[in-house]
Design a protein around this ligand. Structure first.
Ligand code: SF4
Length: 305
């Protein structure tokens, strides 16, 4: 079954209803973050190329926009790091031609030192880069990057990009208990933040099941203290009636499928024509309340509780 590059609109903490455009295959990334909700990185790379054909992505977007449900943003994100697709600039331009909705790019920021990429991202309305560490040891511990990457070069790239870019930068920091939340980590981050031109600094902590158990949630009191110190905001769960409606319908479809037979995550993705990372979001919401995992012949199946 052919899967569309478009997913959602999905409820997003920051972006209300976000229409996702997935432009790299699952799971292609230059990092393998310990807190990633998508699963282990299977293609850890820094190579920029056309991972998914531009024509297919544009057709999927045009087809979807023929009769779309309401949504607030078109967001390039998805199954890995979208800036690895070397057509991202043309895709942003195309999205802006065929829709008035603001275009957002979620990125781990690792390749922003690349001047070609900097130019390609200019037409986007909002860039949301992440920065979880400013020292090499913490960077390696939390983001587990491709061996060719180093944090100094990444910060230089982020700093130079934010100075040139005229849209909005919302910088995200994922705080993980015991990994990058020590006072010396926060002090070092504060010094670097002074060099970055961002409209918003957003503090996050893992609240859904991460890939590694060591990725623990920082408690809210500490989150608020750190946010105040860094001049940041804590990102809280977005609640909106339209989101509840979209979410409930998708949850219902997944539960209907699992009432009939146990399925793997891939099978749910195929059966409901949903992107795998979208399926994972919903499975995490339903997990332990209505569904659970059962291992059978080395495969994880989702079953009703
Ligand atoms: S950068 Fe994003 S997609 Fe890549 S491993 Fe980290 S959280 Fe996952």
């Amino acid at each position: 079954m052919k899967i569309s590059s478009i997913f959602g609109p999905v409820p997003s903490r920051r972006l209300g209803l976000s229409l996702g455009v997935d432009i790299v295959p699952y799971k292609t990334c230059c990092f393998d973050c310990i807190y990633c909700q998508l699963g282990r990185t299977t293609d850890k790379t820094v190579q920029r190329r056309e991972y998914i054909r531009k024509e297919k992505i544009i057709k999927d977007l045009r087809d979807f926009l023929d009769d779309p449900p309401p949504f607030d943003y078109i967001t390039f994100s998805g199954s890995g790091e979208p800036t690895l697709n070397d057509n991202i600039g043309k895709l942003i331009e195309e999205a802006k031609k065929i829709s008035d909705v603001p275009v957002v790019v979620l990125t781990n920021g690792a390749l922003l030192f690349d001047e070609d990429l900097q130019k390609e991202l200019m037409p986007a309305d909002i860039i949301i880069p992440s920065m979880d560490a400013v020292t090499e040891d913490v960077f390696n511990a939390i983001d587990r990057p491709h061996p060719s990457l180093n944090i100094e070069k990444i910060i230089d790239g982020l700093t130079s990009f934010t100075r040139r870019y005229s849209g909005e930068i919302w910088l995200e920091i994922m705080l993980v208990k015991g990994v990058n939340d020590r006072p010396e980590d926060i002090d070092a981050m504060k010094r670097v933040l002074e060099t970055i031109d961002a409209e918003k600094i957003q503090l996050n902590t893992p609240i859904r099941p991460p890939i590694e158990d060591i990725a623990k949630t920082v408690d809210w009191e500490k989150m608020n203290d750190v946010a105040k110190y860094l001049g940041a905001e804590v990102i809280t769960e977005f609640e909106d009636d339209r989101i509840k409606l979209v979410g409930k319908e998708t949850e219902g479809n997944i539960l209907n499928l699992l009432r009939r037979r146990p399925c793997t995550t891939d099978e749910i993705s195929g059966a409901l024509s949903m992107e795998i990372n979208e399926v994972i979001k919903y499975l995490n919401l339903l997990k332990d309340k209505k569904i659970k995992v059962r291992v059978f012949q080395d495969k994880n199946y989702w079953v009703m509780k």
